[in-house]
Design a protein around this ligand. Structure first.
Ligand code: ZN
Ligand code: ZN
Length: 356
């Protein structure tokens, strides 16, 4: 099915061969999870070029693919593969191949027309299949469980980094193959920087903490943010801001429908925050697609006029408000879009306070 979609697109663009080098697209199309391989798809053939390290893995992970073995120079093997496949108009992923790599490949592969393509496979990946949704659910459940564990164990005085490590080690021990991305733990004013990582700051009682993390399970990622405060908040505006962000999130999750653009979906949350006088403090988009990559299509933001949300898409809903020098609040779920609206896949509790 995935290969058929690719071939249809190749036909539309008059390509008789397509070279896939992006690791996520490679995995999506072939199932191969190793670090290095090149795919060549034609109307009738599907070839995977691997070196000695991956002969065996390619055989069991990508059994439907004909293996081309690299024994000398990679570019020579590539040239041989393209020649044997009889390709004349060869598409390549211009959004992944570097200029130097292209030069090298062109030098080795003789009489072929190189056709740059952009976002060739990504749009296919936006609509998730059942097995993909199942993997995302597992990645979400892993992070949800880690957060429940954290709520039991977090104490004032722990540093941001210690909190990050508790989440990370928990996820590793409970099924995560790797982290989905570097964990963010931002206490107090650090939380007002949307993408601070986790530093040496000890978390004080009464200080809001933004915690953003995720697991990777079977290649698929999860992404969750919760904002909590250990004990009575010292900033009296915190609870008001927290409730407002939650309202904005719930409004979006309840009203997003297929057919909306990313901008329209974003507005469901944004209008509410603007009306409350906080518009300038919501500086990022409402959400992003999640799958094999932590950020993929669709883009759910003010800048997304051209992308329409469709059933089968999986994306985050993550409004946030950031008060510089004071604190930040972000609450993030992952949703799966159905014909009749969003199914919220994230189950972790949303509570503004953890009483000590
Ligand atoms: Zn996140
Ligand atoms: Zn996110």
């Amino acid at each position: 099915m995935r290969i058929e979609n690719l071939r249809n697109k190749m036909r539309e663009q008059g390509l008789d061969g397509m070279l896939i080098t992006d690791p996520y697209n490679r995995r999506y199309l072939s199932g191969f999870t190793g670090s290095t391989a090149t795919l060549l798809v034609t109307a009738t053939q599907q070839l995977i070029m691997v070196d000695f390290r991956y002969y065996e893995r390619a055989e069991y992970e990508a059994p439907a693919w004909t293996q081309v073995r690299v024994t000398g120079k990679t570019t020579e093997a590539l040239a041989e593969m393209v020649r044997l496949a009889g390709v004349r108009r060869l598409g390549f992923e211009a959004d992944h191949v570097t200029v130097a790599q292209l030069k090298e490949m062109q030098g080795a592969v003789g009489d072929v027309e190189w056709v740059p393509t952009e976002k060739f496979v990504l749009p296919m990946r936006m609509i998730k299949e059942k097995t993909e949704v199942a993997a995302i659910r597992r990645a979400i459940a892993c992070a949800d469980a880690a957060f429940a564990y954290l709520c039991q164990t977090i104490r004032p005085g722990m540093t941001e980094r210690e909190v990050a490590w508790m989440l990370e080690s928990y996820m590793r021990q409970h099924g995560a193959n790797e982290l989905a991305f570097p964990t963010i733990v931002g206490a107090g004013p650090n939380g007002a920087m949307p993408h601070a990582t986790a530093g040496d700051r000890p978390i004080r009682p009464g200080e809001p903490v933004v915690i953003d993390f995720g697991a990777t399970v079977d290649g698929y990622r999860s992404d969750i943010t919760r904002t909590i405060c250990l004990g009575r908040p010292e900033d009296e505006q915190y609870l008001e801001v927290w409730k407002l962000v939650l309202q904005a999130q719930q409004a979006a999750e309840a009203q997003i429908r297929p057919g909306m653009t990313g901008r329209q979906a974003d507005a469901l949350a944004r209008d509410l925050l603007v009306a409350a006088g906080y518009g300038e403090h919501f500086g990022h988009g409402l959400g992003h697609g999640v799958g094999l990559e932590i950020h993929e299509g669709p883009r759910v933001s003010r800048l997304s006029d051209d992308e329409t949300l469709r059933p089968g898409m999986v994306f985050t809903v993550e409004p946030g408000l950031y008060l510089p020098g004071r604190f930040g609040v972000r609450i993030e779920d992952i949703v799966l879009l159905h014909e009749d609206g969003c199914e919220v896949l994230t189950r972790a509790v949303k509570e503004p306070l953890i009483m000590m």
